[in-house]
Design a protein around this ligand. Structure first.
Ligand SMILES: NC(=O)c1ccc[n+]([C@@H]2O[C@H](COP(=O)([O-])OP(=O)(O)OC[C@H]3O[C@@H](n4cnc5c(N)ncnc54)[C@H](O)[C@@H]3O)[C@@H](O)[C@H]2O)c1
Length: 344
């Protein structure tokens, strides 16, 4: 495909502004937004003004069926991801959808299946994989400076105030709470760094005045390699700055991201005396993930964060709820195969 990818943006709330900026930064030889949609027409119009989109609507079906749209960018409440993505695939459109893939594993699988059947790309927006420090960490792991991963600690500490009446307060619409909604970013990152998760156990904290799903949680994971990881997440952190710790240890070295990315490695003399801060060039992760999606559409490649992969991350998040409910360790792969039983 040598023409630019023409995108229909569906859902013009908070995150869509970053997606629109990312598209604009790549330039209209590669990608452009030709249609915007939101049930709130003023938001759809505002995003059209920002991007130059000519078609504006409150009905997502009109975007999915639009002959000038090659791909949809879905920035909707989580419970709407599946319906819109499946309709888009059936109309032959490629799909870029915000995380998490869906609120249930069954719905996520239906999205994967619809995209496969229609031979369209399905990418889930796990933007943390496109952040410079995380890309560098992955490179350090792949080059062997850390040896074999043994232990990881990741945090997501944020003060998220969800206004009364907003969809994200509703556990069903969000597909859980903070773990499924934002913790899935960190789970995705850990899977990228370490591999598949064998076992999950979790504890959660609720504050019903702020949301129905858990507002904080701790998820312990053991990977198929034997490596261990802990995710701590809070959406009621009193310290307002958004903080995401990464501490990753292997048999030969470790990295952490406290005040910049630092490495210690026994395998390199200049990194073996103590932690050394690495120079990591900042990149716009939203632009980087959009560039990747556009490349995948134009070159027919599978996205790094494709639907199948996102479904495995979601299985880990859902396993943490099952663990909390039963008080037992839960295997995400088992949950996934149970959910897919009887589905096409
Ligand atoms: N990557 C990140 O860091 C990040 C951050 C925030 C949100 N997100 C994700 O982005 C997605 C959207 O979240 P948000 O924060 O932008 O939410 P939001 O509530 O700000 O925006 C959602 C928009 O969808 C519109 N909408 C609802 N139902 C609709 C329908 N049937 N048809 C058309 N429009 C409809 C709403 O009017 C709203 O403007 C979610 O998947 C969320 O998890 C990702």
């Amino acid at each position: 495909m040598s023409q630019p990818v023409r995108i229909g943006l569906i859902g013009c709330g908070g995150i869509s502004r970053h997606h629109a900026q990312a598209v604009l930064s790549l330039g209209d030889e590669q990608v452009l937004i030709v249609a915007t949609c939101d049930v709130d027409l003023s938001l759809a119009r505002a995003r059209a003004e920002q991007t130059g989109a000519e078609f504006v609507t409150t009905d997502w079906r009109e975007v999915v069926e639009h002959s000038q749209v090659d791909a949809v960018d879905i920035c909707l409440p989580h419970d709407l991801h599946a319906e819109v993505a499946i309709a888009a695939a059936e109309a032959g459109k490629h799909i870029f959808v915000e995380k998490p893939i869906a609120t249930t594993l069954e719905d996520g699988w239906r999205m994967v299946h619809a995209a496969r059947r229609a031979d369209v790309r399905l990418m889930v927006a796990f933007v943390e994989r496109f952040e410079a420090e995380n890309q560098r960490t992955k490179q350090l792991l792949d080059e062997g400076w850390l040896g074999v991963p043994v232990l990881a600690q990741v945090d997501h500490l944020q003060d998220v105030f969800i206004p009364p009446g907003h969809w994200a307060r509703d556990r069903e619409r969000l597909g859980g709470g903070a773990i499924a909604s934002a913790g899935c970013h960190r789970i995705d990152l850990l899977r990228w760094f370490i591999g598949e998760v064998e076992w999950v156990s979790a504890e959660t904290y609720y504050n019903p005045e702020r949301m129905q799903g858990e507002i904080a949680g701790v998820v312990n994971m053991q990977f198929t390699t034997g490596a261990l990881a802990t995710l701590s997440i809070s959406w009621m952190s009193p310290y307002r700055a958004f903080y995401r710790k990464l501490w990753l240890e292997g048999t030969e070295g470790c990295v952490h991201n406290w005040n910049g990315l630092h490495i210690f490695s026994r395998r390199r003399p200049e990194w073996s005396e103590g932690f050394v801060r690495l120079d990591v060039e900042a990149i716009d992760p939203f632009a980087a993930e959009m560039r990747h999606f556009v490349e995948c559409v134009r070159e027919g490649k599978q996205p790094l964060t494709n639907g199948e992969d996102a479904l495995r991350s979601q299985a880990v998040a859902i396993a943490s709820y099952e663990s909390e409910r039963t008080g037992c360790r839960v295997r995400p792969a088992h949950l996934l195969s149970q959910a897919l039983e009887g589905l096409e």
